[in-house]
Design a binder for this molecule. Structure first.
Ligand code: HPA
Length: 296
């Protein structure tokens, strides 16, 4: 075999893939061809919070498996559907389930759906997750507005060639972009006002992201507390990084499903995550449904 043809045969699969923007555009075009709706808010539902998707009026449901290039989750509790429709009259795209880096996905895949939400027209993203509580003053079952994050995953979803075409507002899509108001102070204060109105306790806290899938050790949690973290989880930060790259405003809500390792001495189970989600569902739903029309 001639040397040049062998080289061609051995070219890795990845090198032949279209670039990220082309793949995300294909997914967005596929969704637009199914339903003529321009969502203004994207909502990513974390573990145990998936039932919120039932709030969508006249929902149009697309299984992730049908959408070109969309990554598929392998975790229980992340059912894997995109639900388009309206909540309180606002056009929304709700992601019931997400993929995580601990499943073996590259950050570009983890954040692919966020890119597509931006291309579909979302200028606001509500990102939710299950998290471990580091501070005893934020107990199990608490809803927390994320005020900031610490990315301890050792990587960044915006790595690679910059793609300015992902910008959803003029001036976004830069190589270097600001993260000082990553979690919009304005959206957070609207959330606080609505929570107060409904008498739903809503704490604020700093979310630290780890890769997982192991839960943390007590020594790690002590270190994270020293670093200034209030919550720990395995998602969210990369979606937020990518959203900010595009110029999307972010509201982050965590549900404290368990106290982090060593805080109470109890062992941590994934089942607990799902159970607490079910318990707090009514509050979470009523807060978000009332908030959504205020965010646009
Ligand atoms: N650690 C990391 N991720 C989590 C936890 C936790 O304790 N609880 C829910 N997600």
């Amino acid at each position: 075999m001639r040397e040049d043809s062998q080289e061609q045969l051995e070219q890795p699969e990845q090198a032949k893939q279209p670039d990220l923007y082309t793949r995300a555009t294909a997914a967005a075009d596929f969704i637009r061809a199914k339903i003529q709706l321009t969502p203004s808010i994207g909502i990513i539902l974390g573990s145990g919070l998936g039932n919120f998707a039932s709030q969508v009026d006249s929902p149009y449901v697309i299984p992730y498996s049908e959408i070109p290039n969309w990554p598929l989750s392998t975790v229980a509790g992340h059912s894997g559907k995109l639900v388009l429709g309206h909540i309180a009259g606002v056009p929304v795209a709700v992601m019931q389930g997400r993929v995580h880096a601990y499943e073996g996905y590259a950050m570009e895949q983890v954040t692919f759906p966020t890119r597509v939400l931006g291309l579909l027209g979302c200028k606001t993203l509500i990102v939710t997750n299950a998290a471990g509580g580091i501070r005893p003053t934020i107990p199990q079952g608490s809803l927390v507005a994320i005020s900031d994050h610490i990315n301890l995953t050792g990587t960044n979803a915006a790595l690679g060639p910059n793609e300015p075409r992902f910008a959803v507002i003029p001036g976004a899509g830069q190589r270097f972009f600001d993260m000082s108001t990553a979690y919009s102070p304005k959206l957070r204060s609207l959330a606080q006002a609505e929570a107060a109105k409904q008498q739903i306790p809503l704490s604020e806290g700093v979310y630290i992201a780890v890769l997982g899938p192991s839960f943390e050790t007590p020594a790690e949690i002590r270190a994270f507390r020293t670093l200034g973290a209030d919550l720990v989880g395995m998602s969210t930060v990369h979606e937020v990084i990518v959203a900010r790259h595009m110029g999307i405003e972010v509201l982050g809500i965590s549900l404290v499903t368990n106290m982090a390792a060593g805080v109470t001495g109890e062992t941590i189970h994934h089942e607990e995550v799902m159970e607490i989600g079910r318990r707090v569902e009514a509050q979470f739903t009523s807060l978000l449904v009332a908030l959504i029309p205020q965010l646009i």
